[in-house]
Design a binder for this molecule. Structure first.
Ligand SMILES: [Zn+2]
Length: 318
């Protein structure tokens, strides 16, 4: 073996502590280099692997945290959603109630109109009814892809419909109220009932053509004669303004009331007059005390109703 060859080798002596043969391990420097490089490679690989797995672990941990956060958010959204759903269903049922009340208003409106028999004085919008044609109808929310959104849309549409219809309905009701008030004024004024307090007296001469007991001839009787003794309370048969209170020829002491709407009433042959011209009276107010003044054969009241100047039968206004 040459010296150069010897230089490239080293010898490891393995000496046992006990008795035994000393072993020699002759290694070339190239092999040692190879061994060293192999060791370095292994070490790098190990460190690299460790680093990789460490990173992977960190990533996984982040993912898990994200998932937990997502789950929490999801639960929160679910709760919010439940709350919204509840709210929407509440509003929906409230709207259904309003719609029902609206229906009642319309029915009442129509019934009042029928009752007072107004003939088409209101606008054509009167007939605007809240029914399925102006609502968006019922939704099958359970089968819809986005029930909450559709519920909100349904609710919105209903609200808009009510909002649009409400001013007109309010206006109609206001008009109707005015008309009812006017009708009540008319009813309060139009002559009705018996002109003597507590319905006293009996008819001795009816309305129409009759044989006049004083003039002894057939004449038209403008009113009814009610036999009643002196000083019974004569009452107005409707609200109105006194336009005459005094002596009126054959009628004697007389009161005339103008009720408006074309009606006037006349109460004749009184003993005393208790109202003056220009005074307003209501139905049932005492206006005179009965007597026998004027052209009369005995104490009685002559009661007359005139409509647009023409005498009408008081028995038709009881
Ligand atoms: Zn008479």
């Amino acid at each position: 073996m040459s010296y150069q060859k010897q230089k490239r080798k080293i010898t490891l002596k393995i000496v046992p502590h006990t008795d035994g043969e000393i072993r020699s391990l002759r290694l070339s420097k190239g092999f040692i280099k190879f061994l060293f490089l192999s060791f370095l490679l292994c070490a790098f690989t190990l460190v690299g692997s460790l680093y990789y797995y460490y990173n992977q672990y960190n990533l996984a941990e982040g993912e898990i945290n994200n998932l937990i956060a997502y789950k929490d958010r999801n639960n929160e959204l679910k709760n919010k959603n439940k709350f919204l759903e509840k709210k929407v269903s509440q509003i929906t049922s409230e709207i259904e109630q309003i719609k029902a009340e609206f229906g009642d208003i319309i029915t009442e409106n129509q019934e009042i109109k029928k009752m007072i028999n107004f003939n088409g004085k209101m606008s054509s919008n009167d007939e605007l009814d809240i029914d399925e044609t102006n609502s968006i109808g019922y939704y099958d929310f359970e089968n819809s892809k986005n029930p909450n959104l559709e519920k909100v849309q349904y609710t919105e549409a209903n609200l808009n419909m009510l909002k649009e219809a409400l001013p007109q309905k309010k206006h109609d009701l206001y008009k109707l109220k005015k008309q009812v008030e006017e009708y009540n004024r008319y009813l309060a004024a139009k002559p009705k009932g018996w002109p003597i307090r507590n319905g006293k007296g009996r008819i001795t001469s009816p309305f129409g053509v009759r044989y006049h007991p004083v003039l002894k001839e057939k004449r038209f009787h403008d009113g009814i004669d009610i036999a009643i003794w002196y000083n019974h309370k004569i009452i107005a048969t409707g609200k109105g303004k006194v336009i005459f209170s005094g002596t009126k020829g054959g009628y004697g002491r007389t009161v005339v009331i103008d009720h408006g709407y074309g009606y006037r009433t006349l109460y004749a042959h009184n003993n005393r007059l208790l109202v003056r011209v220009g005074q307003w009276v209501n139905r049932g107010d005492v206006i005179a005390l009965s007597g026998n003044s004027g052209r009369s054969t005995g104490p009685h009241t002559h009661y007359e109703i005139r409509y647009k100047g023409k005498a009408v039968d008081p028995m038709k206004y009881q």
